[in-house]
Ligand binder design. Structure first.
Ligand SMILES: C[S@@+](CC[C@H](N)C(=O)[O-])C[C@H]1O[C@@H](n2cnc3c(N)ncnc32)[C@H](O)[C@@H]1O
Length: 295
């Protein structure tokens, strides 16, 4: 076969890779061929609609806000009476230190358990030499549930990411070549912090930067620590892009763990969620497919 046609075949194959964590995966792929996810069309790579994703995220974020009500005074003041009523009941006006109406203030992980029925947390991976992984520590995750979010700075396909990507195992590639830098250290961390601080609307934060710290406001935002499946440990979650719709409540954007690198990006904010491919039980580690091939 001529060199040019070989090169063309290689380029076509490379372009069909949906998600890449290069160079580690390129090196390890041959050893774990079964960890590839194959779908026939881009549209078949979505088990859950965007509407369903919003219907999962919005109630969860509402519960997080309700449980943080004591710190949300400025935000609440600017909401309409009807919207404010979603978060605060008449008794809370008298006892503003209380969190969930009629209940005790909960920490984000407990809110997660109470609202979604499960908790996920980072722990040393069950695979040797795989560093940290993400586990279902309590509760049960039914198939098709949103289990985690992939936090980080969003770079459109044409935006420069060279320095941030050097030796960075956390750069995730979306189907349309948008990149997400989910590294919580070094220059990546500084860039996220600076973009997140820049993009505010008065008292309304439009993104969450606490995933860069130990006290995370949104416990779903640990998806960047999910390890790749192997021949023995098959994937139990997959990645799905979610473009935040313009109707997404302003007061809940403070829980979105993504921010655009460029402040003048015209597209909706890109998020990526991890969705359960099957029921997942407590104690199980989450495994994804770092590569999906769209044929
Ligand atoms: C996106 S990070 C995942 C978080 C990583 N485990 C950590 O502790 O930083 C990707 C890196 O995790 C490691 N990794 C992921 N899946 C693995 C596997 N199945 N076996 C060994 N290492 C793995 C590789 O070092 C890879 O570059």
């Amino acid at each position: 076969m001529a060199m040019s046609s070989l090169l063309k075949r290689f380029q076509d194959k490379w372009k069909s890779y949906r998600h890449r964590f290069v160079p580690w995966i390129a090196f390890n792929l041959r050893k774990n061929e079964r960890s590839l996810r194959k779908v026939t069309e881009q549209s078949k790579d979505r088990l859950v609609s965007d509407e369903e994703l919003s219907e999962t995220l919005i109630p969860f974020f509402r519960a997080l806000l309700r449980n943080d009500i004591a710190c949300q005074g400025e935000v609440l003041r600017l909401l309409s009476t009807t919207t404010r009523a979603r978060y605060i009941s008449p008794e809370d006006h008298e006892r503003p230190e209380r969190g969930e109406p009629g209940g005790e203030h909960r920490r984000p992980l407990e809110t997660m358990l109470h609202t979604t029925g499960f908790c996920i947390e980072r722990k040393p991976s069950s695979l040797p030499f795989a560093g940290t992984g993400v586990f279902v520590t309590r509760g049960f995750v039914p198939k098709r549930t949103t289990v985690a979010m992939y936090p980080g700075t969003i770079y459109q396909a044409f935006e420069p990411i060279l320095f941030q990507s050097i030796w960075n195992a956390f750069v995730f590639r979306c189907i349309d070549s948008v990149l997400i830098d989910g590294n919580d250290r070094g220059i990546s961390k500084m860039i996220y912090r600076s973009c997140s601080g820049r993009d505010r609307l008065g008292p309304f934060a439009l993104s969450d930067a606490t995933w860069l710290t130990v006290s995370t406001k949104n416990p779903l935002a640990v998806g960047q620590y999910v390890n790749n499946s192997t021949n023995d440990r098959t994937a139990n979650v997959y990645y799905q892009e979610y473009d935040v719709p313009k109707e997404f409540p302003l007061e809940l954007r403070q829980y979105l763990p993504n921010v655009n690198y460029r402040h003048d990006t015209q597209r909706p904010l890109r998020c990526v969620v991890l969705v359960a491919l099957r029921d997942i039980h407590p104690g199980e580690e989450l495994f994804s497919n770092y590569f999906t091939i769209v044929n």
